[in-house]
Design a protein around this ligand. Structure first.
Ligand code: SAH
Ligand code: MG
Length: 196
């Protein structure tokens, strides 16, 4: 049973601790996609404390979710949260660096959600394309990064991340096998349909 009370508590705590969980309008859009696509298996890159993974389990009711987190403390907190909310039978937390873990995975995913180190988005995309089914979807959060990505101001300390995000957007919009929309919701959400 999905425990709404525990879910609300963990969301509040994540916000209090400034964990960068997906924003409400981003979640609304993802919820729409989940209802339409009815995924059987989702891969998430960047678990943090498990908030978005728990949301996937909530809105895609029979779906299995594999989620990767580099930070051991956060991963452990995610595992606890997932248990408390009652969705631990459907969410597998993998602790480690996604750059190393992704090449070892061999499941076929209906949806892949990228929400981790911005400078690794191109690597995540390449592996995502390998792991997603034909006609599947790759979502990437934070692609507009506080508006920096679409502005020409380039001198701030996040410029490396911005360069990588621009490369990500270029790739998903120019690759003929990919069909993408970049939405100005939350911190920017890229929705990419993959044809193989
Ligand atoms: N998806 C979460 C938020 C993720 S925040 C939610 O919406 O609830 C981004 C997370 O990615 C951080 O916890 C960070 O530790 C993790 N991360 C960063 N680089 C990573 C990598 N290379 N592999 C796996 N996780 C990574
Ligand atoms: Mg994010």
């Amino acid at each position: 049973m999905f425990n709404i009370k525990e879910f609300e508590i963990m969301k509040e705590k994540a916000l209090e601790n400034h964990i960068p969980i997906i924003m409400d309008d981003t979640l609304e859009k993802i919820k729409e996609i989940l209802k339409k696509e009815k995924p059987k298996r989702i891969l998430e890159i960047g678990t943090a404390v498990g908030y978005s993974a728990i949301c996937f389990a909530r809105y895609a009711e029979t779906c299995i979710i594999d989620t990767i987190e580099l930070d051991e403390e956060r991963a452990k907190e995610a595992i606890e949260n997932i248990k408390k909310v009652g969705v631990d039978e459907r969410i597998n937390v993998i602790i480690g660096n996604a750059v190393e873990i992704l090449p070892t995975l061999n499941f076929e995913y209906d949806i892949i959600f990228i929400d981790a180190a911005k400078s690794k988005y191109s690597i995540f995309l390449e592996q995502g394309i390998r792991l997603v089914k034909n006609g599947g979807i790759i979502l990437a959060d934070n692609v507009l990064y506080k508006g920096y990505v679409m502005s020409d101001y380039n001198k701030h300390k996040q410029r490396t991340a911005v360069r990588h995000l621009r490369e990500y957007i270029k790739e998903v919009t120019e690759n003929p096998n990919l069909e993408s929309e970049i939405l100005e919701i939350g911190d920017g959400l890229a929705i990419t349909r993959v044809t193989k």
